[in-house]
Design a protein around this ligand. Sequence first.
Ligand SMILES: [Ca+2]
Length: 218
Amino acid sequence: MRTTVPRWLLATTGILAAWVLPAADRPTAHAAEPAAAKLIPVTAEAIAGREKSLAENAPEGAKLLAYLDCGSQQQSTTGKEVTIVCLAGVPYRFPSEAKDVLPSQSTVFYSTAEVPFRIDGLKRSERYVVGLSWWDYDNGGRTQSVVTGSPDGRLVRLAIPAIGLPNYTDAGQLPVERRFPLSVAFVRDGQLRLTVKQVTGANVVISELWIWGLGAGE
Ligand SMILES: [Ca+2]
């Protein structure tokens, strides 16, 4: 006899396992580590290739400072000046057979309400542009927003207003990139919080996150 487990139950179990199990044995000093144990493998060559592409497609005069392949990297390895760390999120790979989709866009961090990141090494005298990619592969009705703010999360600014993600399953849409100027007003000790937030849909997902530096501000 074959037993079929409902899809919603699988999803629920996955979320519980990701949030409950690692918490039992994780060192309190390393709150970001639970997801690290489940990261989807990626090669250094693949990361370097994507970084090269983003560097070549940067806004005029901009330099790629940090790139994070969500789902496969907990912390960026691009350079030491600016770094991105995912603070909480469950790695997952959409089973994509779609053409023209980068492997880094099929892998995501997801969560039930938000996926927060910490950015380190920012200077209030510099200008930056944030880029990200995301995809509602299985048409989970995902609408998301992005806020940036102080490391303690008390001061926030809306960076990307609520917007529906492209869905592949029913509309054949591919992942999209978004970019926006990063406000440094709430940077404290070089740190800023960036959070992808769920507005509607199954959960919140993000495929990639990166930062270009534009040099000194006005
Ligand atoms: Ca990814």
